[in-house]
Design a protein around this ligand. Structure first.
Ligand code: NAD
Length: 502
């Protein structure tokens, strides 16, 4: 077992370059889901605290040096933070594991996956910020500029907290925006740690503000505030819809990364053992509490029974344990509430007639008894109209659905309100690309899963979101486009004649 502190000291929030407490002195506890014990107290900020943070970011944008600094100057700060992240990867992973129960090794993998984004944005932003001269049909100068959005509010979920932050924050900062950040209430520690790093790296005050507390209070105020120009949210689709409603006041720009119910289509030319491993892997990151988990496994009928059996064997034998153990494949669910929600879905699967092949219950063995553990669960004979195939479960539950033809697989795959990810497992390259094109989702995995990177766009179709993060698209997402038309040749006098008629 990796050693880590049983309890951390009370955490403060970072507003206007100062470490401070919630103005009313309220705090809330985070319970370590592996042990059921309180791990840390955090500030329970309210609307007033949130307004303070937004005002600081507004002032830093309107009057501070940050928006007018060169990309090179801003890059120097991001590079310093990137180096600090590299040195602190272990610590960041351990603190997040104690907050959300995701195995510590998986936190390391997700940090290594997205931390390159701190440097990536620096290498790409310079080019993207260059004025783009457009040579049109008239002899006038046409220049397209990219500029900052202004004050950006970022809200993230609890499942892979560092990854979620690193997907957005560097892109927002490199273009000169100022940022108010609300991490999920369950997992604020890596965000607080990043604020410490930015402070040490010399970021001007107010440019990055971190507020912790309930989403329905802090997050809702960020969405409503007319001093915020852009809100970038990751979380549940229903919360995303609330954000859109609350953002209407000043019609701020909204970026949404929302839920998923991703199909993993396995064709019968795929070896059974490999197919079962791919099915299990698609739902193994973050205990299945993952937006692009391949939770609907569609298997072609010729190999269906064998793959289902083998998947249950593999998934059912994964090590369930404390998130700090290096042997753990599946940790506890983030909270007792989330565990009960997942158990409710498992009951509904049984009631609707799916066949439970493994798991389906809370684990209560000696060392797990106080935590929120569920045995990895596999259902076969699932129909796509069952609740477990339609709703996002966000836990270690796989639903296996049979299909016979390519056409039928595509139809089932697209029969969902979501469109975040999809997978095609086949040795036939032409079929892989053909099917990949027809799945209505933003991220497609062929013979793999979970392969995301800072230089590829990430986002969803349909109710899985608006906009794209990571890659150049992710940098552009935090900018506005300005078109400048300049007439150096007197062309306007002809236009004037036509308009003013003299
Ligand atoms: P959630 O929607 O409950 O919370 C997400 C964040 O929003 C948290 O910080 C929360 O405090 C805040 N929040 C809650 N109510 C709010 C409100 N009314 N206004 C503003 N903010 C509010 O989601 P969660 O339970 O933390 O995370 C799980 C969900 O996130 C799943 O649906 C999952 O699919 C989704 N998710 C999506 C992606 C993606 O990239 N598409 C990635 C990870 C998670």
């Amino acid at each position: 077992m990796v050693k880590y502190k049983e309890r951390l000291e009370e955490q403060k929030v970072f507003i206007d370059g100062e470490w401070t407490t919630a103005s009313k002195g309220d705090t809330y506890s985070i319970i370590n889901p592996s042990t059921g014990k309180t791990f840390v107290e955090c500030q329970k900020c309210d609307v007033e605290d949130t307004k303070r943070a937004i005002d600081a970011a507004r002032d830093a944008f309107d009057n501070g040096p940050w928006p007018n600094m060169s990309i090179k100057e801003r890059s120097e700060i991001l590079y310093k933070v990137s180096d600090m992240v590299a040195k602190k990867t272990w610590d960041l992973s351990k603190m997040d594991a104690c907050c959300n129960g995701v195995p510590v090794l998986q936190h390391i993998v997700t940090i290594l996956d997205m931390s390159p984004n701190f440097k990536y944005v620096c290498t790409r932003a310079e080019d993207l910020a260059k004025p783009n001269r457009i040579y049109g049909e008239f002899p006038i100068d046409q220049i397209v500029l990219r500029e900052q959005d202004g004050v950006v509010a970022l809200i993230t979920p609890w499942n892979v907290p560092f990854w979620q932050m690193a997907l957005k924050l560097p892109a927002a900062l490199i273009s000169g925006n100022t940022v108010v950040f609300k991490p999920a209430s369950q997992t604020p520690l890596s965000a607080i740690e990043i604020a410490r790093m930015f402070e040490r790296a010399g970021l001007p005050k107010g440019v990055f503000d971190v507020v912790t507390g309930p989403g329905s209070v802090v997050g809702a105020e960020m969405a409503k505030s007319e001093k915020v120009d852009h809100i970038a949210f990751t979380g549940e689709t229903t919360t995303g819809k609330d954000i859109v409603k609350n953002a209407i006041g000043n019609l701020k720009k909204v970026t949404l990364e929302l839920g998923g119910k991703s199909p993993n289509i396995i064709f019968d030319d795929f070896p059974v053992e490999e197919a079962a491993r791919m099915a299990a892997m698609g739902v193994s990151l973050a205990n299945g509490e993952e937006c692009f988990a391949g939770t609907r496994v569609l298997v072609q009928d010729k190999i269906y029974k064998e793959v289902a059996k083998k998947t249950a064997e593999i998934y059912g034998s994964l090590n369930v344990g404390n998130a700090l153990s290096l042997k753990t494949n599946i940790g506890p669910l983030v909270t007792e509430e989330q565990m009960n929600k997942v158990l409710g879905y498992i009951e509904s699967g049984k009631e609707e007639g799916a066949t439970l092949l493994c798991g389906g219950y809370r684990l209560k063995e000696e060392e797990l008894k106080d935590g929120f553990f569920i045995a990895p669960t596999v259902f076969s004979d699932v129909r796509n109209d069952m609740k477990i195939a339609r709703e996002e479960i966000f836990g270690p539950v796989i639903s296996i659905i049979p299909f016979s033809t390519e056409e039928e697989a595509i139809k089932i795959a697209n029969d969902t309100i979501y469109g975040l990810a999809g997978g095609v497992m086949t040795k036939d390259k032409e079929r892989a690309i053909r099917v990949a094109r027809r799945i209505k989702a933003g991220n497609i995995f062929v013979n793999t899963w979970h392969m995301t990177s800072s230089d590829m766009p990430f986002g969803g179709y349909k109710q899985s979101g608006w906009g794209r993060l990571a890659s150049e698209e992710g940098i552009k997402e935090f900018t506005q486009i300005k078109s400048i038309y300049a007439d150096w040749h007197g062309l306007t006098k002809w236009l004037m004649k036509a308009m003013l008629l003299h």
